[in-house]
Design a protein around this ligand. Structure first.
Ligand code: UDP
Ligand code: MG
Length: 160
């Protein structure tokens, strides 16, 4: 039924994440990928890219009125980023917990922002905040043939 499809979509979702330019410069890419791999999430898309200001303005469209918007676009276009799509049970919600708070100062040790950065304007990683924004962000940054649906041999050891 339609209800079941919606349930599957919201629970077993994809999330868009990007290691920001400071995360790439600071050699945190491997560490960040490692955390999501070890958690049990599945990598379904990944690329190193230089984002254009136009793409970033679209990506952060909801923040266009904020005083930090222009600085954010500059920061995000200041060097290559690593864009990723991860899949798994409740991945959007769980990934936000793994990232920590927007401000690294409010992020607990053990989270990515809590462990690896100091200021909100250099907080090393982005993660979609809802399933809906994840879908929007994935379609903004990835083409269909850049995403891979692959069978995980460990699936039965991750999901009961
Ligand atoms: N940001 C900033 N100053 C602020 C709030 C946010 O520079 O006062 C930047 C920060 O890099 C943040 C991004 O804008 O990650 C997007 O803001 P959002 O509120 O969506 O936070 P996020 O979803 O990344 O936690
Ligand atoms: Mg956000």
């Amino acid at each position: 039924t339609a209800k079941m499809i919606i349930l599957c979509l919201t629970i077993f979702a994809n999330v868009f994440k990007t290691v920001k330019p400071d995360g790439v410069q600071r050699k945190l890419v491997g560490e960040i990928i490692r955390r999501f791999e070890r958690k049990g999430f599945k990598l379904v898309g990944m690329k190193l890219l230089q984002a254009s200001e136009e793409q970033l303005r679209q990506h952060y469209w909801d923040l266009r009125e904020k005083p930090f918007y222009n600085g954010l676009v500059k920061y995000m276009s200041s060097g290559p980023i690593v864009a990723m799509v991860w899949q798994g049970l409740d991945v959007v919600k769980t990934a936000r917990k793994m990232l920590g708070e927007t401000n690294p100062a409010d992020s607990l040790p053990g989270t990515i922002r809590g462990d690896y950065c100091v200021e909100v304007g250099r907080n090393v990683i982005h993660g979609s905040d809802s399933v809906q924004s994840a879908q929007r962000e994935i379609s903004l940054w990835f083409k269909h043939d850049e995403l891979f649906c692959w069978e995980e041999c460990s699936e039965h050891w991750i999901y009961a």
